[in-house]
Write a new protein. Structure first.
Lengths: 283, 312
């Protein structure tokens, strides 16, 4: 074996530790840099118009993004109405009935695949499936794209959380003569409540900042949302369009929208984390 | 008698319940199948017109209706390669810092901070990349690289900030948390006895990390790297903002380029001719196949690792 002097080895160690510390600091610095940028540039765009008015053409003062805020809320709620129940059902099946059957195994595998599928591909899929045959962009096709993104997240976390409920709880409920559906919905769900909430919040957080699946489905619009059959304004596509425009006032609006999206996503993450901590504290 | 009756309704209600939950699982399955079928069906025109040459043809000309994916595939591969080359070593060092060096309280806070990088929506990276990081690259990093490497092929051309290198670096920050999370868990799973015996022989922290921890957990780290790779290849908005949107293949990393996702995001809504649209959807199909293979590979790999380590 090669012999090296102790001083050399020690200095190598200090060097590597330094690099390790620097790497961690670099990660945090980038996070801080992004947060500070979004916060300072975003706040500069805020006034009451931002939250209450429709967008104006470039150069005209007094515009806002009220329609996009409303549209993003609308899309997220619609997506949640479709994606969350289906995800819960799939999760219940995998945890309570599927077990290790081959069918359940392949569903589990494909859930992971769907979770890792690039969001822009989901957008294209919904385009070929809903937008192209009907001939127009629409709010519901955007919501379907977001729902497809939520589905695997909710299904996986639901399965994990239900699996964490002790087997004895299931058995005692069944022994008391409760049917399976009652056991699941009234006993196991109650016990896994905060975990399920975490999954749902994570799914909502995941889609509320998504842009790519909306580009070819919900598109964007300068007007108030006027029906699920029409393109609908939303914050993320607005950021994309405005940021790429040469107009400073539009770019300022894009920063305002960025701050709003960032804050909502971070808030959702925070709440989902708190829900988990609460679960750990009182078992 | 009554008891029996009750039992049978109970069985029936349970069968219905099982059926309803099964629908959820089946829909999940159908979505993936439909996704694949739809992508193939909708790219049929382009598949028929260009055949396999679509993959290596470098012409992307919507006016003459000639489409080849080479420039987009090249951009995706190179920007991802840059991200992997930077993110994997960084993640290993960060994991070493979190597990071996930092005091536990510190380690938890810093770990959360790194995880938060994953929570940021990709369009926020795009905004920051375009308006803050690209100018920073143009002013400091790119001239610096030019000074060090002179006019090497990789760093030729004016430092304009936007381009392949900037896209790769932003991707690095986006996948860093995913690889770090896996690496940190792998590091923490190495049995204390193994590490302590190395320390007992007089090894330094760095030597233990390099020769014991990394070697012990190398398969887990590879799995984590694959997960990051899957993310990086499919990342859309952040790349679209900063890669520069040019269909020319240039060796210089300073030059504007394109990726599959950026091409789709920029051109899909404008494509009016059927062949143009079909070629774009075929690009999507190529991306889907690549990510599918990576995801499936990572999944199977990690499952095998878990089995052999004995952790479920």
């Amino acid at each position: 074996m090669k012999q090296r002097s102790r001083i050399l080895r020690k200095s190598f160690n200090y060097l590597a530790s330094g690099v390790a510390g620097f790497s961690a600091a670099l990660g945090l610095m980038v996070l801080g840099w992004i947060l500070i940028t979004v916060l300072s540039k975003g706040l500069a765009a805020y006034n009451t118009n931002f939250f209450s008015r429709l967008p104006t053409p470039p150069g005209m003062a007094g515009g806002g993004l009220a329609n996009a805020i409303l549209g993003t809320l609308l899309l997220t709620v619609l997506a949640g109405l479709m994606g969350i129940p289906l995800g819960l059902l799939a999760g219940i099946y995998l945890s309570e009935f599927g077990l290790n059957r081959r069918f359940a195994q392949s569903v589990r595998f494909l859930t992971n695949i769907l979770m890792g599928t690039p969001s822009i591909i989901i957008g294209i899929f919904v385009y070929t499936f809903l937008v192209a045959p009907l001939g127009h962009f629409s709010a519901y096709s955007g919501a379907v794209a977001l729902a497809i993104m939520m589905l695997p997240v909710v299904a996986r976390t639901t399965e994990d959380m239900l699996q964490m409920v002790p087997k004895e709880l299931r058995e005692s409920a069944l022994a008391l003569g409760a049917p399976r559906w009652r056991t699941t919905l009234q006993v196991i769900f109650r016990s896994a409540k905060s975990g399920l909430l975490t999954g749902v919040l994570l799914a909502v957080a995941r889609v509320s900042g998504e842009t790519a699946p909306l580009l070819f489905t919900a598109l964007n619009s300068p007007y108030w949302p006027s029906g699920l059959n029409q393109p609908v304004a939303n914050l993320t596509v607005t950021i994309f369009n405005y940021a790429m425009s040469p107009y400073p006032d539009w770019q300022r609006m894009a920063w305002g929208a960025s701050l709003l999206i960032t804050l909502s996503v971070l808030a959702l993450m925070l709440v989902s984390r708190l829900a988990l901590i609460e679960r750990k504290v009182k078992p | 008698m009554k008891i029996f009756q009750e039992e049978s309704t109970q069985n029936r209600s349970d069968a219905v319940f099982k059926l309803i939950t099964l629908t959820g699982a089946v829909i999940l399955l159908l979505i993936i199948v439909a996704l694949f079928v739809q992508l193939i069906k909708s790219s049929g025109l382009s598949l028929k017109t260009f055949g396999w040459s679509f993959l290596w043809s470098n012409v992307w000309d919507p006016i003459r209706q000639q489409f080849g994916a080479a420039s987009s595939i090249y951009g995706t591969l190179v920007s991802t390669a840059i991200a992997m080359m930077l993110a994997v070593p960084l993640s290993i060092f960060i994991a070493m810092f979190l597990v071996e060096l930092a005091p536990p309280v510190f380690s938890r806070w810093i770990g959360t901070g790194i995880e938060l990088l994953a929570a940021m929506p990709s369009i926020i990276y795009g905004m920051w990349g375009l308006f803050v990081f690209a100018p920073f690259m143009a002013k400091y990093i790119q001239p610096f690289l030019k000074n060090i490497f002179g006019n090497s092929v990789l760093f030729q051309g004016p430092p304009i900030g936007i381009g392949m290198l900037t896209a790769g670096i932003i991707l690095t920050f986006m996948i860093l948390p995913f690889i770090t999370a896996v690496t940190r868990d792998v590091f923490a799973m190495v049995p204390a006895v193994v590490k302590e015996s190395a320390y007992g022989l007089g090894a330094t922290t760095w030597e233990v990390t390099r020769k014991v921890t990394v070697r012990y957990g190398i398969r887990g780290i590879i799995g984590g790297a694959f997960l990051g790779l899957g993310r990086a290849i499919g990342e859309t908005m952040a790349v679209t903002f900063v890669i520069g949107n040019s269909h020319r293949i240039v060796a210089s990393l300073f030059a504007p380029a394109n990726s599959i996702t950026a091409t789709l995001a920029n051109e899909f809504a404008e494509a009016s001719e059927p062949l143009y649209l079909s070629a774009l959807i075929e690009l999507g199909l190529v991306l889907f196949v690549i990510t599918f293979l990576i995801q499936a590979g990572a999944h199977i790999w990690l499952q095998r690792v878990r089995k052999s380590v004995g952790v479920q």
